[in-house]
Design a protein around this ligand. Structure first.
Ligand SMILES: CCCCC/C=C\C/C=C\C/C=C\C/C=C\CCCC(=O)SCCNC(=O)CCNC(=O)[C@H](O)C(C)(C)COP(=O)(O)OP(=O)(O)OC[C@H]1O[C@@H](n2cnc3c(N)ncnc32)[C@H](O)[C@@H]1OP(=O)(O)O
Length: 178
């Protein structure tokens, strides 16, 4: 089969890890929230290319202390905006430990108000702004060590059932095709 030949292979349904259907609500305490799984790009402790984000619940939602490093460089000494987006998406993903239902990112919007510097401590916070059925409207900030907010983010997560992770979904029709 050449590179341009359409594949007729039907992918096998993927196995769903146990932690997805058993997604828990975790009470606020001093413990780090568990990673989604060991190799998760955002929080997996066994992913050497990942951010290994650690977050905790608090009265409002979740927070994390984080430093970007040389793996995440964009402009010299400044974190790549995509790396920042990854970490914010991940923090929202960990905020789901306050919901107890699987949900996925449908929309993510970020205002980069000032550069995020490498090897510099930041505090990230996320909370649920509102819920409307399956729609979780989420908000997050990144503060520097002077408590100045230098990044804000909003996201729409949609709750999904376990079948979302079982099958390869068919992309929906979009109006932006040529
Ligand atoms: C995340 C971990 C926590 C636990 C989650 C459980 C398992 C996760 C498993 C593995 C993940 C492991 C580690 C990763 C962890 C965290 C990373 C952070 C999270 C992510 O990185 S996750 C990956 C990126 N993510 C995706 O891979 C999603 C791809 N996508 C889809 O699979 C579909 O898109 C889907 C299923 C999301 C929805 O599809 P659908 O067909 O069910 O929904 P539909 O289109 O009908 O919209 C429903 C209602 O939302 C309204 N609506 C839509 N868009 C809107 C907008 N922009 N603004 C305002 N309203 C909007 C509509 O208007 C309608 O509203 P209404 O119901 O009122 O009519």
């Amino acid at each position: 089969m050449t590179e341009n030949t359409p594949s007729t292979h039907t992918p096998e349904p993927r196995q769903v890890p146990d932690w997805i259907p058993a997604f828990p609500v975790l009470a606020p305490d001093s413990a780090d929230l568990p990673p989604h799984h060991d190799h998760c790009l955002g929080c997996g402790p066994a992913n050497p290319h990942g951010h290994q984000l650690r977050a905790r619940r608090d009265a409002h939602g979740v927070h994390a202390h984080h430093r970007f490093d040389s793996r995440h460089v964009g402009a010299p000494a400044i974190a790549h905006g995509g790396a920042v987006a990854t970490v914010l998406d991940e923090l929202f993903g960990l905020l789901l430990y306050t919901v107890g239902e699987p949900a996925v990112t449908r929309h993510l919007a970020i205002d980069y108000l000032a550069p995020i510097l490498l090897d510099t401590p930041y505090t990230l916070r996320a909370h649920i702004h509102a819920r409307d059925g399956r729609k979780l409207h989420l908000q997050a900030t990144i503060e520097n060590d002077h408590a100045h907010v230098i990044t804000t983010a909003t996201a729409l997560f949609l709750t999904v059932d376990v079948n979302h992770f079982l099958t390869h979904n068919t992309p929906p029709h979009t109006d932006n095709t040529p």
